[in-house]
Design a protein around this ligand. Sequence first.
Ligand code: X2X
Length: 342
Amino acid sequence: MKLSRLFGAALLAATTLALPQAQAQTYKPEYKLSIVVGTTFPWGQGAEIWANLVRERTQGRINIKVYPGTSLVQGDQTREFTAIRQGVIDMAVGSTINWSPQVKQLNLFSLPFLMPDYAAIDALVQGDVGKEMFKYIDKAGVVPLAWGENGYRQLSNSKREIKAPADMKGMKLRVVGSPLYIDTFTALGANPTQMSWADAQPALASGAVDGQENPLSIYTGSKLYTVGQKYLTLWNYVADPLIYVVNRDVWNSWSEKDRDIVRQAALDSAKQQIVIARKGVTPQDPSLLKEIEGHGVTVTSLDAGQHAAFVAATKAVYDKWKKQIGEDLVNMAEKSIANRKK
Ligand code: X2X
């Protein structure tokens, strides 16, 4: 009796001692975190903050290295989600647009003129729609942790001021890799062409394309005013949230304590990242716009009537994609926006 109790205790001690060691052995020396742009951009800063918080809070047990330029998939950003699922990439802070080929519901954020203001973005990602979207991402095989922000995407070009769909007629515009963008820009009369961000920058510089659409932080961070992008229209037609994720097997290989740390660090980073992403581009703080104008760029805002013309021209695209995304989800989004706190 006494002996077996002793034996039991010894066994218990042995397993509790062995467990952390066994776990430590399954941890990789480095976890690869993918982002599309560089670490000086708000997007990249979010990734760095996450990596640093995790390193500090796990005392270096989880060591994350940031890989900019979607280099782990040779710049092909629409393959990033698949690479995360397959374990070629361990973690990412990624764009809803780039992952929409694999998770069709993510096209929601690219529905033209769905989100009229920042309160609308918040109402979606921090509310029921955000929770629902995380279920879809989880079902697609990747662990979602937090929402960040790439931002409202504005239109730039080298040819002329755009105030009406007619001004876009025949204009060759680079768009990202979701067919919804081809539909939207075709409906507006432009000539959209799909390419990665890595290919877009030389194409803008050589004049192979006339324009593009991206958040202002990316427009300025990439100095697009130096490659002839002298006309900028602020139309807030879509906003791109970012999502912090981890590969499922990597997630499962971590202790529960470390998973909690990684999740909390993602939430803490995302909160800071959204503040950084909105700096200088809000009605309260338009300082980045002033900076852009200082580079000789014509910045165009739309009045209510001009805005309405763009909405009308893309209405059929909205209706078509509402069905493809899922009417229930889009209805939920419309309701969340109608009930938002302003
Ligand atoms: O490719 C783009 O336009 C970018 C950088 O904004 C995304 O990755 C969605």
